[in-house]
Design a protein around this ligand. Structure first.
Ligand SMILES: NC(=O)c1ccc[n+]([C@@H]2O[C@H](COP(=O)([O-])OP(=O)(O)OC[C@H]3O[C@@H](n4cnc5c(N)ncnc54)[C@H](O)[C@@H]3O)[C@@H](O)[C@H]2O)c1
Length: 255
């Protein structure tokens, strides 16, 4: 796939990407590294494959074992990043869990877990990186949401609630941090081709066949498509874009 280059517009910028051991997060790391950014991967899973993928595109990265629902882990993530690289320019908050369940079967424990990972993790990560961004009068906060918020997709009440929360979060936050040269934006992602089935394989062709007729663009939505938008929002030149939500789903949701 042809990737548009922005001529290493993120040279030596320090980017933390949460949830980047696999999936979309890995593609974001590769893309940001291609633009010259130095990457800190924060995940509970082993990120060796992502580290290798970044090295393969000539990038520099470290990985940290971070559970974004743990205030101590998140604080450690920030301290280690500052200790090693001196600053934090970009936070891509990608961690998100997803499960389908009819509303009447969602337990309170499932509801709380969804809130904890998808929203409390965002709160903790942003709270922790903000002082370093303010100090240097520069910051790019990019949070991952989902096009299910526009589509009202069933069996996802807990998930969709958190992903709408992400949008409210960046909107309100942007009003507070814009004056410090910090932007906060969200991306609503459609079903991407990386979505793993329980078997561990990529999204099954039957699901893509089901989704494609709803898209106005007749090809699968790839992680690299989302990564291009992440890289764009991270650029210094994108500093005028704040509190926005960009929908990247092949044109399924039109709002
Ligand atoms: N893949 C899609 O089709 C799709 C569609 C819409 C939205 N999204 C959103 O994009 C983001 C990434 O999706 P994905 O499918 O690539 O995810 P994924 O499930 O493939 O990967 C998520 C990563 O987050 C890590 N993680 C989970 N809980 C964590 C925690 N508490 N602390 C730290 N790391 C943790 C996992 O180890 C994993 O590496 C999510 O926010 C998701 O909601 C994805």
């Amino acid at each position: 796939m042809q990737i548009h280059q922005f001529e290493r517009g993120l040279q030596d910028r320090i980017a933390i990407v949460t949830g980047a051991a696999v999936g979309n997060g890995r593609a974001f790391c590769e893309r940001l590294a291609q633009e010259g950014a130095i990457i800190v991967i924060a995940d509970i899973a082993d990120a060796s494959d992502t580290l290798k993928a970044i090295q393969d595109v000539g990038g520099t990265a470290i990985s940290l074992h971070v559970d974004v629902t743990s205030p101590d882990d998140v604080q450690m993530m920030v301290e280690k990043t500052i200790e090693k690289f001196g600053r934090i320019d970009i936070l891509v908050h990608n961690v998100g869990i997803y499960e389908e369940e009819p509303f009447e079967l969602i337990s309170y424990e499932q509801w709380q877990r969804m809130m904890n990972v998808n929203l409390n993790g965002l709160f903790l990560a942003v709270k922790a990186v903000l002082p370093a961004m303010k100090e240097r009068s520069f910051g790019r906060i990019i949070a991952l949401s989902s096009d299910t918020v526009w589509l009202g997709t069933p069996y996802l009440v807990h998930y969709v609630t958190t992903k709408m929360g992400v949008i409210g979060f960046v909107r309100s936050l942007s009003s507070e941090v814009g004056k410090y040269g910090i932007t906060a934006n969200a991306i609503t992602v459609g079903l991407t081709a990386i979505q793993r089935m329980e078997s561990g394989s990529r999204v099954s062709s039957s699901i893509l066949e089901h989704i494609l007729p709803a898209q106005s663009v007749q090809r699968a939505d790839e992680p690299e498509d989302i990564a291009n938008v992440v890289a764009f929002l991270a650029l210094p030149a994108s500093g005028i874009i704040n509190g926005q939500t960009i929908n990247v789903d092949g044109g399924v949701a039109r709002h």
